[in-house]
Design a protein. Sequence first.
Length: 273
Amino acid sequence: MPHTPAILVVVQARMTSSRLPGKVLMPILGEPLLVRMVERLRLAQTPFQIVVATSTDPADDVLAMLCQERGIDCFRGDLADCLDRHYQAAVQYRADVVVKIPSDCPLIDPRIIDQVMGVYLANPDRYDFVSNLHPPTWPDGNDVEIMTFDCLKATWQEATKPLEREHTTPYIWDTPGRFRVSNVVWSTGLDYSMSHRFTIDYRADYDFINAVFLELYPENPRFSCEDIVNLLERKPELYQINVDFAGVNWYRHHLNDLKTVSADQTKQVAGNA
């Protein structure tokens, strides 16, 4: 029988976000945002283990306590070196495959996780890294990056730039030819990666996410990405809540350092460097 890989979904989380501190504990329908996100992840059909990877910084004690109270696995590692945090978590949990899904994606569609995972699992000896981000097409906040343990280990050993250590995967997808990489695109043929923002980094993002949950969750806790898009078409005032931040991402600080990211894949916001 073929070997079934041990898949570990790593949810990177911390309390000391520079733009919106404590965002992972902000309330969504009476539950912390992080708990709502883990709930979404558990709706995926692909068998995997979930671990919240936070830091050893005392500010993150509250996240470790929350995970313990809610029965969520938690790993604590380096505050700044998120690549090391992912690698050490993978070692501790004996993972064959590691999936990076950051904690700022509480609206992530579990169907998208299954779709990207399906591409990897159908080609286990063909790819070292499969994602839906390089380049992205789905609305920002549906981030799925899958890597073999060997790929993660090599990256951990070889990556030296601060941005590679902080953001975990750039060495993989921004070093052409080093790894066998594949990308999964939205089957609609649409590209909403710069126009629709389902992630959280600013207060307006929280207001948007909270509004979406209020509209969709009570009737259907398994609501999809398409359900959100349809909601925004029916109620365009919701789309306006955080549209000023659509297209804003960490790439904007590193355009001179990244080989495979162009200026049209990010946006600056006045007053937010």
